[in-house]
Design a binder for this molecule. Structure first.
Ligand code: FNR
Length: 361
């Protein structure tokens, strides 16, 4: 467990160090068309969304990150206080370490202690049993379980030796027996249309495409690897905008599998990125790196202030775009440029259909 604790702390340190608000991403290849008379009064905007049968005030959440050591437990505590004060849902890092070493469990339990009524997601890597999934949920008294599929990270990780062939069956076993909703997510390399169709086929109803462009686990694992790294793989995978574009129709319906609700994350830097993901059909938007950076720099106060700003700005931007609800953002007009446009062409997606979704009158 010593090596594992070190890994948790390496992840936090390296993720915070690589965070960069100015980094360009494929979110920059998306632009809203401005309609000067389309606006609605900000006070009339309600961006609340439904997550796992409950209503949350904001269409973004704190994505799964950490726990299992003293210092990462303190980060979980700060994240949980911020979630409580702002009404955001939140995830945590893989609970696996606490299932194997109960002495570390309190570094996760602190989340529920600080935030008894909020929406909390437990987290586990694919490959653990359905029984372990139940224990992970119990440990946090969680409302849902995030199961992460991180093939790229497992390959690049010095400790990795994943049974990749069994993964779909492993997810299915967890979904079949879970008492709470299961959300399957990537960790920054994207879920393709094919992957989402496979997941829908085994009964998965919640997925977070978690694409590339933000926290880069290839770079993190490369930094942790003594030699022979995988830095040449940089850029592997799909961004969140690309993943949404290939799996959502311009009318906002998910094309892969009835009943699949998509969340998006990966490289969300600001409120505009949140709105772009919602406009591409995401139900809600996960944020890890940007919020971790705030906590590492300034504790829960810094994060609470940042989240409050995002809450104000997402409301004001929706008002500017003429959307009184999160769902109405899926009728905004979006221009798709650059590499993202090329992705659309290569994957047979009609980019132009996204640019004229509102009737001219
Ligand atoms: C993560 N992420 C993550 N995801 C997961 O499902 N289980 C985990 O244990 C972790 N651990 C973790 C640690 C740290 C320090 C970070 C920053 C992130 C991945 C996270 O949920 C998200 O998918 C990616 O980070 C992409 O989003 P951002 O960071 O670009 O907003």
């Amino acid at each position: 467990a010593a090596g594992r604790s070190e890994r948790k702390e390496d992840h936090v340190r390296l993720a915070a160090a690589q965070w960069n608000a100015q980094r360009t991403t494929e979110f920059d290849d998306l632009e809203f068309v401005h309609h000067a008379l389309a606006g609605v009064t900000p006070a009339r905007v309600d961006l609340s969304v439904e997550m796992f049968g409950r209503t949350v005030a904001s269409p973004f959440y704190i994505n799964g990150m950490t726990g299992g050591t003293e210092s990462t437990g303190r980060i979980n505590r700060a994240l949980a206080i911020a979630a409580r004060e702002t009404g955001l849902a939140m995830g945590c890092g893989s609970v696996s370490i606490a299932l194997d070493d109960p002495s570390t469990a309190d570094h996760f339990r602190v989340i529920r202690r600080e935030n008894p009524d909020g929406i909390v997601m437990a987290n586990l890597g694919v490959g653990r049993s359905a029984e372990d999934a139940r224990r992970a949920v119990d440990l946090l008294e969680a409302d849902a379980l995030q199961v992460h599929v991180n093939a790229v990270q497992e390959i690049a990780m010095p400790e990795g030796s994943p049974e990749l062939s069994d993964w779909l069956r492993d997810v299915e076993a967890i979904v079949e027996s879970s008492a709470v909703p299961v959300l399957v997510k990537e960790v920054g390399f994207g879920l393709s249309r094919r992957t989402l169709a496979q997941l829908a086929g085994i009964g998965v109803t919640w997925a977070d495409v978690s694409g590339r462009g933000g926290t880069d686990f290839l770079a993190i694992e490369n930094d942790r690897r003594p030699g022979g790294d995988y830095s040449y793989l940089t850029g592997f995978g799909q961004s969140a905008p690309a993943a949404l574009l290939e799996s959502v129709r311009p009318d906002g319906w998910v094309r892969v599998g009835d009943g699949l609700t998509l969340f998006a994350s990966g490289g969300v830097r600001n409120p505009l990125d949140v709105l772009k993901a919602l406009a591409l059909g995401a139900r809600s938007v996960g944020v890890a790196g940007s919020f971790l950076k705030a906590v590492v720099d300034g504790g829960e106060e810094r994060l609470i202030a940042l989240i409050r700003t995002w809450q104000e700005h997402t409301r004001d931007l929706a008002a500017l775009l003429g959307a009184a609800t999160a769902a109405e953002l899926t009728t905004t007009d979006l221009l798709i440029r650059g590499r993202l446009r090329e992705f659309c062409d290569l994957r047979g997606i009609d980019a132009a259909a996204w640019s004229s979704r509102t009737p001219i009158l």
